[in-house]
Write a protein that binds this ligand. Sequence first.
Ligand code: IMP
Length: 424
Amino acid sequence: MPAIIVIGAQWGDEGKGKIVDLYAERAGAVVRYAGGPNAGHTLVVHGDKLVVRLLPSGVLRTETECLLGQGMVLDLATLREEIGALGQRGIPLAGRLFVSERAHLILPHHVLVDGLREAGAGKLGTTKRGVGPCYEDKAARRGMRLGDLRDPARARRVLETALAAWQPVVEAEGARLPAPEPVLAALAESWAELAPHVCDTSVRLDAFVQKDALVLCEGAQGTLLDLDHGTYPFVTSSSAVSGGACTGAGIGPTRIRRVLGVTKAYTTRVGDGPFPTELLGTAGDHLRQRGVEFGSVTGRPRRTGWLDLPGLRYARRVNGLDGLCVTKLDVLDDLEHVEVCVAYDTPSGRTADLPVDELALAKPVFARLPGWRTATSACRELSALPAAARAYLDFVARETELPIYCASVGPNRDETITLRDPYG
Ligand code: IMP
């Protein structure tokens, strides 16, 4: 059973990129299975920073195959830019980057509609990359798949059908749809470059599974942004939970060996929607500045707050988590006290689970733990951490009933304390 799924246990931006890059060292393949350029996964090796939106976070491991599964939505201009940026760094992708022919394409009308909606009263705070409207076309069975570009006449038909469906929506907003010809020309140009990378990625993945090689499935966004399990309607449009790896990458549930949830030592959220442990004012600003909590895709300041243990218990349940990777522990280094939400008071009583559909009415119950007021970034062993930081990690593990696999104390690959072998 060779696959390990790494997912976000909060509202995204947990630091999955760093963890996947770290664990990819021993993986035969890394596959992204959901979302698109709304994600921004940051990798830092020896101080050199790379942000990838579409490519899997295994790209820096040149022996590892990188796959983009059919659950993803792709903006081909962004994909080509990322391939180009890797090429400039001398990192080869030929023969090791494969993109599903079934992945759907984000087209200019998707970006237009996303932007129009975000300018209106019903805005959700999306990343405005066209992700939601693209998944809408997919569900309406009029979306364009990457493999459609093999046949220009087919691509034209699909585009014209989709544009006809969106026309009344766009015109009602007083806007105009993009003309099809330049869109088709740009797609043809992209196809000429990308065709060698396009295939049925589930077949490639199966080859790794058959030889018992390790496969890492890299989630995007986070559990609470999942279309089914998140704080609906303030969610993304894809399956961000572990189950999404099976459908989005094309790997059967019986092949999954372990599911790891990545959580910050506190919580952040970008975009609108409930966030009961949010810190407003100077305490929130402190976490934002110290944690550099600004969106890697949009640059938006992230909302910040205390760690939400009911949220992690919820993530444990819906993802079947086997353990946690705790990131950004060092961001809490200079606090006198650290607060943690341990339960919620709701109109129907106190609960240790996350009342996901009545979060607006739920009041968090906090526990206060001593801070450590000591720099942790140089720590590489659990025993090197200050006692209060160890107690904090112990508290999280005990309250969530999940073992901690690693604690990250800085953005660099090596600024990590390993507590358990992820492949063991
Ligand atoms: P969309 O995915 O662009 O449609 O945005 C829907 C919601 O998900 C918004 O609240 C976004 O801020 C949020 N979101 C989407 N992708 C990410 C991510 O990678 N990190 C954090 N939030 C995200």
